[in-house]
Design a binder for this molecule. Structure first.
Ligand SMILES: *[C@@H]1O[C@H](CO)[C@@H](O)[C@H](O)[C@H]1NC(C)=O
Ligand SMILES: *[C@@H]1O[C@H](CO)[C@@H](O)[C@H](O)[C@H]1NC(C)=O
Ligand SMILES: *[C@@H]1O[C@H](CO)[C@@H](O)[C@H](O)[C@H]1NC(C)=O
Ligand SMILES: *[C@@H]1O[C@H](CO)[C@@H](O)[C@H](O)[C@H]1NC(C)=O
Ligand SMILES: *[C@@H]1O[C@H](CO)[C@@H](O)[C@H](O)[C@H]1NC(C)=O
Ligand SMILES: [Ca+2]
Length: 940
């Protein structure tokens, strides 16, 4: 352990001593972050070794201490090192969040003998992790994994499990339905006073001798202490219960803790227990899936995602898309640039989807080949709905290409889509054919009119916000344009510089190309832009120059220009000359990159930094957690928030935390759109020269004067309505604000559409989501709640996992027992009688309700004598009403319909179910059928 490694803990975890869990320490104590990271690195390396052995390839186990970069390389996936790091950081942030959000909830920390409750958090959470992995919802799996590792690790520090002499982890903690041992009775004393500060001997001998489990009480307010007589305390300065007899404590959070002499044993056992739990997750998921959850995949870890307008006028464009998709697939399958997953979202009007997500290039190609254009109706299509579907299903940092020739009909989704872009940091490129800007498209009379410049602006805004480009071309140029940007599709794509100016102006931009960067490309969008590139040696080269030495090649289609630069390391400049709006982006390929989260100092019981699920606060100070990937020796020297459309920037103060993590504080978060730029150096990378590098976030961010908070369960059970209480506040002038709630599964929800805000006061509301009863366990739901006061918008993005306690997905069935009819020609003089048995099957939830849907006789229902699972229905009607239909509903709402008639020789029963299939991963034939049907439905 390096001493800088310890600092992470101080800042990320807790500043007080006596933390709730493995905490900070001056010394060499281990914290949650280090325990979690080292177990993940260990198990991941073992999984890769097992895979290599199975494939008969060599595996060199990396040297200790393991790092994400070294493990990714050993796994044969060097290009996954950034996404692996992102996964580890996310899991640890979710782990640490437990301390910040649930500091005083004893169950989350195995305090106060809450063994059953603590174990339940772990085992229930483990179900969520496994179900999420089964649905390839890896982000949801990581979130829950972080949450449950916290109590798991705390068990070894807060209970007396170590003191009882155990040498290996308690495996039953992660196994539901098994006992973790004998827990001290409520009335049983477990501790005596410590001897001053010396607590080595404070657990009672009979407790140790009989192997009885106990844990410490914890409280921050002495007078309210609820510690029963004779029970142990957690201990430490924050824990006020430790001043009450029996005094002192038993926690092993650090070397300085009450039982600090056992810290290392507890921490090592927590590490082993974390490895065991990860092993359990791996066994359930499969090796490859486990690695994907950790952000590691053989080729690239990126998703390649197409969102395609399939309305009628798009026929030519779809042909181009097919060609591009084919090219990508044929050139990249089997290479390290091969996308980890392919996603397709077709959109029409009003249909959007179905989303197709597959890691099989051949399936994807077949699906794309089946796309055809039809329908559309009016001149606007559901492009933003399609984009939202893609963003909410693609992993973070995906590259999305949206093809359309029409304005968005669903413009109201702009802020929601922007929220998704900020959360996922995915890049969205718009391929727009047929705008008035490049008015070259020939159209027949019945085709849609061209996109107006104002409509294209929405796409340009979203492209800019995500760091993508909005390419406006004629259809015959589409293929060329698309090829240019898909050419650069690479997992090691880094952004060196990005800027946009509206209106345009003459300006010189500079950017650093370091020795690790290859394939430097400049993207420019805009009309009538000219530019001069100046190399590090000072030689200028004009875009129109015919003698090329700096520029290796250049292309221009529609509003889009690209130039490839010579590989010369150093400070480059580019002088842009235009009065028209333009965007400029310089990208390259390099293993060295950064990732970051906005974090906020928690003001709860413990001080620490929590990742934000919202926009940060505008105009006030703020913090970011920046991490480097691709080098274990690189450091951050400067972090700046750069205003997207201006040259001004705010530079932060960088505090190294060790392990490639840096906490950055800025005095003020800009009120206008900004990007994050990181400069750094690497002096110990094996080569002699110091590398000085610069990277920028592709995504633009906004801050807000509105704050929104929400706290709810993270498990959604479709058996009951799911409530998410939220609270909004403004530092601005207040007034009536608009509320929007939006979820990626299109589940029905209710929420207040407006709230009245007074400056400095909070206003509360609740979003209630009703998921269909058939929603499978493992489905993830992303809910965004937006608050909008016309000048300013904020949102909170929450992720829930569905765990369906309903197992009954089939409707009750009917069985005819008897039918007697004495009907003659004169129907009114006779009646017929029917006796039917209704059951919901052995595993069903039971018959809830039987009613007459058709027929004007009378029904009587009764339970079968001695068998409550059988409902007997007798029906008696005039022969003039020859048919009847029964509606049979079970307790969870599955509906069946049974039909009988005395006219039928053999009566026939049919059933209708409420069941809706909604698996995102359909097998090929269904996918193809689905697309076909979709295309068919489009014609209206
Ligand atoms: C604490 O007490 C134990 C026995 O109760 C003793 O062996 C140990 O030396 C003491 N430690 C210190 C630092 O006084
Ligand atoms: C590392 O992981 C392997 C495989 O999961 C496990 O057997 C081993 O105990 C772990 N080592 C540590 C120190 O946790
Ligand atoms: C926040 O409020 C300040 C002062 O009222 C204002 O200048 C700023 O533009 C607002 N920021 C946003 C993002 O609306
Ligand atoms: C707030 O605005 C909504 C619609 O914008 C309106 O229905 C509501 O009456 C307004 N509330 C108040 C208190 O002004
Ligand atoms: C909103 O809820 C918070 C906590 O849930 C509470 O403290 C606050 O008083 C509530 N505000 C209003 C206006 O009801
Ligand atoms: Ca049923």
């Amino acid at each position: 352990m390096t001493s800088s490694g310890l600092a992470v803990l101080c800042l990320l975890l807790l500043l007080h001593t006596g933390a709730q869990g493995f905490g900070i320490l001056p010394g060499k104590s281990l914290n949650h972050l280090e325990i979690t990271e080292s177990a993940i690195l260990n198990v991941t390396a073992h999984v890769c070794r097992a895979l290599a052995q199975a494939e008969g390839t060599n595996f060199a186990f990396p040297a200790q201490p393991l790092t994400a970069g070294a493990v990714a390389v050993a796994c044969g996936a060097p290009k996954s090192s950034k996404s692996f790091r992102r996964a580890i950081i996310f899991i640890t942030l979710m782990n640490v969040r437990v301390d910040l959000r649930h500091a005083l909830n004893a169950s989350f920390h195995f305090d106060e003998e809450m063994f059953d409750q603590g174990k339940k958090i772990i085992t229930e959470g483990l179900k969520v992790v496994k179900a999420s992995n089964a649905h390839e919802n890896y982000e949801a799996a990581r979130q829950k994994l972080g949450e449950i590792l916290h109590p798991l690790q705390d068990f070894y520090s807060h209970s007396n499990y170590v003191e009882l002499g155990n040498k290996s982890p308690n495996f039953n903690l992660i196994k539901s339905g098994s006992s973790i041992g004998t827990i001290a009775a409520e009335s049983r004393a477990t501790c005596r006073n410590c001897d001053g500060d010396n607590c080595t001997n404070n657990i009672l001998e009979d407790i140790i001798r009989e192997g009885i489990l106990t844990s410490g009480y914890f409280g921050v307010v002495p007078l309210n202490s609820h510690k029963p007589e004779g029970k142990c305390s957690h201990g430490g300065a924050v824990d006020q219960t430790s001043t009450i007899e029996p005094t002192g404590g038993i926690n092993k959070d650090s070397f300085d803790a009450s039982h600090g002499h056992l810290h290392m044993e507890a921490a090592n056992m927590a590490k082993a227990a974390t490895s065991d739990l990860l092993e359990d997750v791996r066994r359930a998921a499969g090796d490859r899936e486990f690695l994907q959850m950790m952000g590691i995949s053989k080729g690239s870890s990126k998703a390649l995602c197409f969102v395609i307008d399939t309305t009628k006028s798009m026929s030519d464009d779809i042909a181009a898309v097919k060609e591009v998709a084919n090219t990508i697939i044929t050139t990249e399958v089997g290479t390290e640039n091969e996308p980890a997953v392919y996603i397709l979202v077709p959109f029409n009007d009003p249909d959007v989807g179905p989303l197709i997500k597959t890691s099989d290039a051949v399936i994807f190609k077949t699906v794309i080949d089946f796309l055809s254009a039809s329908g559309g109706g009016d001149d606007e299509e559901m492009s933003l709905s399609g984009l939202q579907m893609a963003l909410s299903n693609a992993p973070s940092n995906s590259e999305i290409f949206l093809f359309t020739d029409a304005p968005a009909k669903d413009k109201h989704l702009k802020s929601t889509v922007t929220a998704y872009i900020e959360r996922t940091q995915s890049v969205v490129n718009f391929m727009i054919s047929g705008t008035t800007v490049v008015n070259r498209r020939r159209r027949s009379n019945d085709e849609k009119p061209k996109i107006a410049a104002s409509d294209a602006q929405l796409y340009r805004d979203l492209a800019r916000a995500s760091g993508g480009v909005a390419i406006e071309v004629s259809t015959n140029e589409l293929l060329a344009a698309t090829s240019i940007i898909t050419d650069s599709f690479s997992p090691s794509l880094v952004t060196l510089l990005q800027a946009s100016r509206n209106p345009g102006r003459t300006e010189t931009f500079s950017f650093i190309v370091d020795e690790t960067v290859t394939n430097v490309i400049v993207y420019i969008t805009g009309l009538s832009v000219s530019f001069t590139v100046i190399s590090p040696t000072g030689a200028p080269e004009v875009s129109t120059s015919s003698t090329r030495s700096l520029i290796t090649s250049s292309q221009s289609v529609g509003n889009f220009k690209t130039v490839k630069l010579q590989k010369i390391a150093g400070m480059w400049s580019i002088r842009m000359v235009s009065t028209d709006p333009y965007t400029l982006k310089v990208i390259g390929q390099s293993p060295l990159d950064f990732l970051f989260d906005f974090v906020e100092e928690s003001k709860g019981t413990f001080t620490g930094y929590d990742a934000l699920d919202t926009r940060p606060r505008a105009g006030v100070n703020g913090s970011l957690l920046v991490s480097l990937s691709g080098s274990d020796t690189a450091t951050v020297t400067e972090v700046a928030l750069v205003e997207s459309s201006e040259s001004s920037e705010i530079t932060g103060v960088v505090e190294p935390q060790g392990s490639g993590n840096f906490l950055v504080h800025v005095d003020r978060i800009p009120s206008v759109e900004f990007m994050v730029r990181v400069k750094g150096q690497d002096n110990n990378n094996g080569s002699r020269a110091t590398i000085v590098f610069q990277r920028q976030s592709p995504t633009s961010f906004r801050a807000s004067n509105l704050t929104i908070t929400a706290d709810s369960q993270s498990i959604l059970d479709p058996a009951k309505p799911f409530s998410v209480p939220f609270s909004v506040m403004t530092t601005g002038k207040g007034g009536n604000v608009t509320i929007r709630a939006n979820n990626n599964r299109r589940f029905q929800s209710t929420f207040p559409t407006s709230l009245m805000l007074e400056t400095g006061m909070s206003a509360n509301g609740t979003v209630t989501i009703s998921a269909p009863i058939t929603t499978p366990s493992g489905t993830d739901v992303t809910l965004t709640i937006e608050v909008d006061d016309t000048e300013d918008t904020n949102y909170i993005a929450l992720r829930f996992s569905v765990i369906n306690s309903v197992t009954d997905f089939t409707q009750p069935t009917c069985e005819q027992l008897s039918l007697q009819a004495n009907c003659s020609d004169n129907c009114s003089s006779a009646t017929w009688e029917l006796l039917v048995r209704v059951t919901d099957g052995a595993d069903g939830s039971g018959v809830h309700n039987v009613s007459l849907k058709k027929g004007n006789g009378t029904i009587t229902t009764s339970l079968a004598p001695g068998n409550e699972n059988i409902t007997l229905v007798s029906y008696n009607a005039s022969c003039c009403s020859p048919e009847m239909e029964l509606r049979v509903v079970d307790r969870v709402g599955n509906v069946g319909v049974c039909f009988y008639s005395y006219l039928e020789s053999s009566s026939e029963a049919f059933s209708a179910s409420t069941k809706v299939t909604q698996s995102p991963l359909l097998c090929l034939s269904i996918v193809v059928l689905g697309l076909y049907v979709l295309a068919e439905l489009g014609i209206q």
